[in-house]
Design a protein around this ligand. Structure first.
Ligand code: NAP
Length: 313
């Protein structure tokens, strides 16, 4: 049973995948994609529900995405998830975008409807459930700093914070202009005076120690949405010197049980969680879009746990 397929395989699908049982009908599309824990999670769900289908990985480069999308309906796919770096381009390529994904500007879940593709976003709602599960508190009651507010996940999460009406939102991104552009879009959603304290409800902050220390002192939750920490040799995106003991630290990365950022949070005396719980909940919401039935959450959680050795809250 193969783990990863390419565009070349997709072009010759009847030959490359005809012998697979159960038949391959779902996938995560990305570059890189080998790290994705979505296949074991979704395959456990499919098996638990008695659905004769398998979920795989499609390693598709940016310039191959448009062609890959045209091949999905032809080869009987039910749907796909999109991950790095395809989430923004996917929005442009699908035929129909649901209202939430349109607002967020990013698609992570696609449903095949006849010969057409419909785009959705479950990252933001998945994060809301994950924060509640990990820390026992609702996003709407928190002052949040989003690190990496220029990428697909950062954008979806920042938009979700705005939709939830969180107390305060600080956007930080290596390329600061992207954070500024996002802040301009979100500004109308932060007009009401809900918060007490010295800072504005919505701010863009520079990625330097002095600025981060100042902003983190006025934050409850920091969410890492950058790709920094995904690779084995990566440093932590934030050092323990800027983190503070009162913070809740959520790292959307789940390639390690204790990510570099979580270790830095430990050193600073802060509570932390990795992105497995977000993966679980965004995946459950995607399953519900594909099959219009509740996802078997406990089976999915157990499969993720077995695959990664981690705890999906
Ligand atoms: P993306 O669209 O490619 O965005 C990447 C982000 O990382 C951008 O903000 C980028 O900043 C930043 N970045 C990349 N390299 C950096 C560096 N060396 N220093 C500082 N910033 C850097 O990717 P994505 O789809 O949003 O995914 C981002 C992360 O979220 C990944 O780690 C992914 O695993 C995670 N994620 C997790 C889940 C989950 O369910 N747990 C779901 C979605 C995503 P610039 O704008 O300056 O390039």
């Amino acid at each position: 049973m193969r783990d990863v397929f390419t565009l070349e395989d997709l072009r010759r699908w009847p030959e490359t995948a005809a012998h697979e049982t159960p038949p391959v009908r779902l996938a995560v599309i990305g570059d890189p994609v080998a790290h994705s824990a979505s296949p074991p999670m979704h395959n456990a769900a499919l098996e638990a529900c008695g659905i004769d289908a398998r979920y795989t990985r499609l390693h598709i480069r940016a310039e191959e995405l448009a062609e890959a999308f045209t091949l999905l309906p032809k080869h009987g796919f039910i749907g796909v998830n999109c991950t790095i770096p395809h989430k923004t381009e996917a929005l442009r390529l699908v035929h129909r975008v649901d209202e939430h994904a349109q607002r967020v500007g990013v698609v992570n879940t696609i449903l095949v409807e006849g010969q057409q593709l419909a785009g959705f976003n479950t990252d933001g709602p998945g994060l809301v459930r994950a924060v509640r599960a990990e820390f026992g508190i609702d996003l709407r009651d928190l002052r949040v700093l989003v690190l990496g507010a220029g990428g697909g996940a950062g954008r979806a999460i920042a938009m979700q914070c705005a939709l939830e009406g969180c107390e305060r939102l600080v956007l930080v991104n290596r390329t600061i202009d992207k954070a500024r552009a996002l802040a301009a879009e979100l500004a109308p959603m932060f007009r009401t005076a809900r918060v007490s304290g010295p800072g504005e409800r919505l701010e863009v902050a520079a990625w330097d120690d002095a600025s981060l220390r100042l902003q983190l002192a006025q934050s409850d939750l920091v969410i890492n949405c950058t790709a920094v920490g995904m690779k084995r040799g990566d440093p932590s995106p934030l050092t323990s010197a800027v983190l503070q003991p009162h913070l809740l630290v959520y790292d959307t990365i789940y390639t390690a049980v204790r990510t570099k950022l979580m270790l830095a949070a430990d050193d600073a005396g802060a509570r932390s969680a990795n992105g497995l719980s977000m993966l679980l909940h965004q995946g459950a919401l995607a399953f519900e879009i594909w099959f219009d039935r509740p996802a078997p959450l406990e089976k999915m959680r157990a499969a993720l746990h077995a695959h990664t050795g981690g705890n999906a809250g």
